[in-house]
Design a protein around this ligand. Structure first.
Ligand SMILES: [Fe+2]
Length: 187
């Protein structure tokens, strides 16, 4: 089945808006950035926006099975029949692979493939420059915010360091592309 941006928005709203409104505010802001970028992205534009709406559904209390939100979200979307690229982009978003190793679910995450494309980088960029309540943040500030929120011993913080080079590289490639299409100061 296709998952249009409006359908992904409805789905995410149903799962997140009431149960975890702060996360929902984050998702709205991430999707708004994705929509702005989508206009310049060509044929992957709708896919990027739909994935941005869906990327954090694994945080929904109803879906938390392993407790690792990229995996829980991706499995839920696969079950729903969402397009495999959206499923895999959700599974690997924002350096989830490095986190999965610290969390002990890398075997399960290997059910999916990280496509390593510009679209994937841009999804990471939108997520990693948006704070937990939807505020716009510079990438480095966002990383500092995560570190502070989870504390030094949490697996998320340790995974943050493990995935930092990959994250920085994705942000750098995204910024270069955004500059090349005149969006450097827009998102
Ligand atoms: Fe996110």
């Amino acid at each position: 089945m296709r998952l249009e941006p409006a359908d992904a928005e409805d789905l995410a709203q149903r799962l997140l808006a009431e149960s975890i409104p702060r996360r929902w505010a984050h998702v709205i802001a991430v999707a708004q950035k994705a929509r702005c970028i989508a206009r310049e992205l060509g044929q992957d534009g709708d896919l990027l926006e739909a994935t941005a709406w869906a990327h954090d559904v694994g945080y929904a209390p109803d879906l938390a099975i392993t407790g690792f939100h990229p995996l829980d979200g991706a499995r839920f979307l696969r079950e729903l029949g969402a397009p495999p690229r959206i499923v895999a982009l959700v599974a690997f978003h924002s350096s989830a692979w490095a986190e999965a190793q610290k969390f002990g679910v890398s075997e399960q995450l290997a059910e999916f493939d990280d496509e390593r494309t510009l679209t994937r980088d841009l999804l990471w960029y939108c997520d990693m420059t948006t704070g937990p309540d939807g505020a716009d943040l510079e990438f480095e500030d966002r990383m500092a915010e995560v570190r502070k929120r989870y504390g030094p011993d949490h697996y998320v913080t340790r995974a943050l360091d493990a995935g930092m080079d990959e994250r920085r590289a994705a942000v750098r490639r995204s910024r270069e592309w955004l500059a090349s299409v005149g969006l450097a100061d827009q998102v």
